[in-house]
Write a protein that binds this ligand. Structure first.
Ligand code: GAL
Length: 998
């Protein structure tokens, strides 16, 4: 007990070898007629603080573990009440001294007792582990089987000789840290455990040791060629094709090819003397030709995501249903490609990709990014003693996954720097499977790969690459080779928090330049771990919530879906941007141009429908006949001539492409693509009689009354609108910084949030310079500026009223030389929280910002205020609705307030203040108060994707510049509430955030 490791050779968990005792890697299949026993379920478990704290006696039959805990397997023990998870992005959470690991090395001893089924035949059998993080030593019935590393890779041991009919004892010792940890520095939670299946599989005499399905498609002849290599020899039958051939025999027949869009699979069976394996085969050929990546002779475009395996309760221990859910959500959002960042997924996931149709870049379980922190010294991929471990990883991936039509590229790993180990992996893979191109992003020379790949290249650089005009490599041969390669962005558009902005501009490049074959958004899912507050509210935890010594905060929450897989606005935007059918309206000509952007599929699977709305109310709708255009084809289709087109109001056409039939991933009627465009002429609506203008008059109590408005005479602040208490609108420029405002070196503006704060934008003072009553107008001039700064915004508020309408016109003039864009420019006002429902005519239903507004459509929307909030895992600015012509805020009884824009505004309403939003670390920190805070913004700064990648594009920056805008307020149904909190007075020049504390 408690002994230091003996001097001499390193213990198995520290030596660089991949392990001992394992069988050669081979293809994975979900089923065969050989019997299987799943060993998932309740295991016994003991956690020790170090690798050597306990001896090996637990592995012997008869060991008394009755006092041990019970642990479900598969699982991460850190999510089952033992120890805690920890998050770092790049940095190793231990001293960098490869291959040594810390003495504090949480070690989980696992025991599983099992009997064999009565009909178990005896003879050979293998014990298979699909994923154990990070290193294990295994015994069966007291006999040591071996050791292994490679967390997201399978391993099998021969166990036939050791198995007994009854009372088998499987003992597995798992170390959190091993030499393998140096190869597994992916940006994710460090979470040890047996987190994938453990299975016992019978190996009858003559069973399949391994098999390799070669299934290509010749697009010129329309023939597929099938060849199955198998050890031992056997036969392959494909009933639908009338094939019954020997393994090793190649045959070509006319087939329908497999693609992500049309995932045609043929049921087949591989039979050897001892085993029958059902197969689902897909014919397809992937090749780089003329500098373009093609499948079945056609250029393909990746509308991809990077997918980590994650579940908020189970970490990387995913069940089949969750895997399927991921893929259904992806398909429903027009995603057609997955990079398995940064390790091979659960093998069953790839069966689902074959079935549902997704292009897969299968990435090896390899990342050594933490060596960046030490100048890449002793990087394992550049040190030959590690090469066997790297080759072992490459082989375990390729052998396991080689039979999937969905896998179209092998990726060597992620962010490992450069080195000969990578070249060795590439050479091995090329020999073993010349049919798939090789990907690796981390070596700009591209010496080992077939595709040029980058991450987070900005739009301008992507465009230069698209033109094949990128900066040259020093070596002219390598440069020429790389310049002739297709290009993918293996990561782009960092989906952290509010964003990513700029997706549409990337997509335009992908559609313009043949060489730019799309990319993979970083990333699919927020890795927030579900936790509960003591009073039972759930929230998602991120780095730092587990007392980690080093951590990278909420950088682990950067997905298109929230941890519970609710789509974020970013996914809705992505779906719109990557839609595979482009519909462009031309109201003047009364037609739409439909373009089929699919790579393979024609439009016969889609039904088109149009609707016409006036002021957000549907007047007409009907089907639109669109020809079954082939990929790349366009057609002009006429719209009907409508009587409603002459109806007064704002007319909008919407044309949608819907699934005509149920598919494996969505029911008929599911919307795939859409467009909206305004009718050629908006027919002005006759204005309702507004009544005569009111004249402002001073009344007792230091007030000014102007129509429905009551103002503080000294400050000019609106106090009441009819009976509704108002915390008068103030000019507002601040937002709770979004993660993308906090991006650093990538951003042309530097860390925007810091620069904003340095200028005091979060603590602006409002000085009243003049309150004057003249004619029909109440004029309030203010100077809005921060302490210690001479930059300011001068704002003149001109209030006027007719009938029950109160109009505010604002003129803003910046003073000084503003070096940064403004977060927002608009009005902020406080209203009673009883106004709990919003209704609006404008962009919706979801949030939008200037560079994330493709999915926002003009319509009439209604939502509880609570649901206007987007629950980003780390709270931040959210929830704006674009192009809002008017909004109503309503009490339960239907009374409320109406706000009209001239012509529109950005509308945000939230039951907490900007300061509360900014200070919250988790969603449960936000508690609805008595004030509804409403933002009516004239303009908003974009969000960009600078959390990792480029900042806000120039056209979406909000420069401080002169501006003028106006809104009109009117109460509806008579306001009644005047909560005392809102009535309370407030110094006119109090800083904005003081006001937040109402
Ligand atoms: C990339 C990396 C990803 C992730 C991302 C930022 O550099 O490959 O794993 O860390 O940055 O979220």
């Amino acid at each position: 007990m408690h002994e230091a490791p003996p001097p001499g050779p390193l213990p198995y968990y520290e030596d660089v070898s991949p392990g001992t005792g394992a069988l050669p890697p081979r293809a994975w299949t979900a089923v065969s007629d050989a019997r299987r026993v799943s060993l998932a379920g309740a295991w016994r478990f003991r956690l020790s603080p170090t690798a050597q704290a306990e001896d090996e006696s637990f592995a012997r039959p008869g060991f008394d573990c009755s006092h041990w805990d019970v642990l479900p397997v598969p699982s991460h023990w850190t999510l089952q009440g033992h120890g805690s998870p920890a998050y770092t992005n790049i940095r190793y959470p231990f001293p960098v001294d490869p291959p040594r690991v810390p003495t504090e090395n949480p070690t989980g001893d696992h025991l599983r007792f099992f009997d064999l089924p009565d009909d178990w035949p005896g003879g050979a059998a293998v014990l298979r582990f699909d994923g154990v993080d990070s290193c294990a030593r295994v015994w069966l019935n007291g006999e040591e089987l071996g050791t292994f590393k490679g967390s997201r890779l399978p391993v099998e041991f021969e166990v036939g000789e050791v198995l007994r009919p009854r009372g088998n004892v499987l003992a597995v010792r798992v170390h959190q840290w091993s030499s393998g940890s140096y190869l597994e520095d992916q940006d994710m939670w460090w979470m040890p455990g047996i987190f994938r299946d453990v299975t016992l599989i019978e190996r009858p005499e003559g069973a399949v040791a391994d098999f390799f399905v070669h299934c290509s498609y010749d697009h010129l002849t329309g023939e597929g060629t099938l060849l199955v290599e198998c050890d031992p020899q056997g036969t392959v039958s494909v009933p639908e094709l009338g094939l019954d051939i020997a393994t090793g025999q190649s045959v070509s027949v006319p087939v329908e090819p497999w693609s992500a869009e049309v995932p045609r699979l043929y049921d087949a069976e591989l039979a050897t003397e001892g085993e029958r394996i059902p197969l689902r085969i897909g014919f397809r050929t992937v090749a780089v030709e003329d500098g373009v990546l093609k499948a079945n002779g056609r250029r393909i475009l990746f509308r991809g995501v990077n997918r980590h395996e994650f579940d908020p309760d189970h970490g990387r221990a995913l069940d089949l249903e969750t895997m399927r859910r991921d893929l259904l959500l992806m398909k429903q959002h027009n995603v057609n490609a997955v990079r398995t960042s940064h390790y091979p997924p659960h093998p069953a996931f790839l069966d689902l990709c074959d079935e549902l149709g997704v292009w897969v870049v299968d990435e090896c379980d390899l990342e050594t990014h933490g060596f960046l922190e030490v100048g890449w010294r002793r990087n394992p991929v550049d040190d030959e003693q590690w090469t066997p471990a790297l080759l072992d990883r490459a082989a375990r991936m390729v052998e396991r996954d080689k039979n999937h039509p969905s896998v179209v590229m092998w990726s060597l790993g992620n962010e490992c720097g450069t080195g000969s180990g990578l070249s060795a992996m590439a050479a091995w893979i090329r020999r073993r499977d010349p049919s798939r191109p090789i990907h690796y992003e981390g070596d700009r020379s591209c010496r080992d790969v077939d595709v040029y790949s980058r991450m987070y290249a900005d739009h301008a650089e992507t465009e230069a690459i698209g033109r094949r005009e990128e900066d040259p490599l020093e070596d002219p041969t390598l440069d020429a080779r790389r310049r002739a390669m297709p290009f993918v962005l293996c990561e782009y558009a960092h989906a952290m928090g509010n964003g990513p902005g700029g997706l549409a501009e990337y997509q335009r490049l992908f559609e313009t330049y043949e060489r730019c074959q799309g990319g993979f958004v970083w990333e699919w899912i927020d890795h927030g771990l579900r936790r509960r507050t003591p009073d039972g509210r759930t929230y998602f935890a991120y780095g730092g919530d587990f007392g980690e010594e080093l951590h990278d905060g909420n950088f682990v929450c950067d997905g298109l879906v929230f941890p519970d897989r609710t789509p974020s606005p970013g996914l809705v935007e992505f779906k719109k941007v990557i839609e595979p059918v482009r519909i462009a309206g031309d109201a003047a000509r009364g037609l739409v141009t439909v373009t089929n952007l699919h790579d393979v599929a024609d439009l016969s699977g889609l039904a088109f429908r149009w609707t016409y709305e006036v002021d957000g109310e549907r007047t007409d709708a009907g089907p639109l006949k669109v020809p079954a255009l082939g990929p790349g084809e366009s057609a002009e289709v006429e719209l009907p001539v409508l009587a409603a087109a002459s109806r007064p109001g704002e007319g909008w056409w919407t044309v949608r492409a819907l699934l005509a039939e149920d598919t494996a991933w969505a029911p008929s009627g599911h919307e795939v693509a859409w467009t909206q465009f305004a009718a050629e002429h908006a027919v002005p609506r006759a204005r309702a009689a507004e009544g005569a203008p009111h004249t402002p008059r001073r009344v007792e109590g230091g007030l000014v009354v102007l129509g429905p408005g009551t103002f503080d005479a000294a400050t000019g602040t609106l106090r009441y609108l009819d009976g509704t208490a108002v915390r008068g609108p103030q000019l507002d420029v601040w937002r709770a910084p979004v993660d993308n405002d906090m991006g650093s070196e990538w951003h042309q503006d530097g860390r925007l949030d810091n620069r904003w704060r340095a200028l005091g934008l979060h603590r602006m003072h409002h000085r009243v310079d003049r309150v004057s009553v003249g004619g029909d107008t109440l004029t309030v001039a203010t100077r809005v500026a921060a302490a210690a700064s001479d930059l300011a915004l001068r704002a003149v508020f001109s209030w006027s009223a007719t009938g029950d309408r109160l109009r505010l016109a604002v003129e803003v003039e910046p003073e000084g030389d503003w070096p940064v864009p403004l977060p927002r420019l608009g009005l902020r006002l406080g209203l009673p929280a009883a106004l709990e429902t919003a209704e609006w005519f404008g962009g919706g239903p979801g949030e939008a910002y200037p560079d994330t507004r493709q999915a926002s459509r003009i319509g009439r929307w209604r939502s509880p205020v609570a649901d206007l909030q987007t629950p980003y895992v780390r709270p931040q600015e959210n929830g704006a609705r674009a192009d809002v012509r008017w909004a109503r805020l309503l009490r339960a009884d239907g009374s409320g307030l109406r706000i009209e824009g001239e012509p529109s505004f950005w509308f945000t309403a939230r039951p907490w203040s900007t300061r509360e939003l900014e200070q919250a670390r988790h969603t449960h920190d936000l508690v609805a108060g008595e004030t509804l805070w409403v933002h009516l913004d004239h303009a908003v700064h974009g969000v960009g994707t600078a959390a990792c990648g480029p900042g806000v594009l120039p056209q979406y920056r909000l420069a401080a510049a002169p501006a003028a805008f106006a809104v009109t307020f009117r109460t509806e149904g008579g306001g009644r509430e005047t909560p005392s909190t809102l009535r309370s007075g407030r110094r006119p020049d109090a800083p904005a955030d003081e006001g937040d504390d109402l």
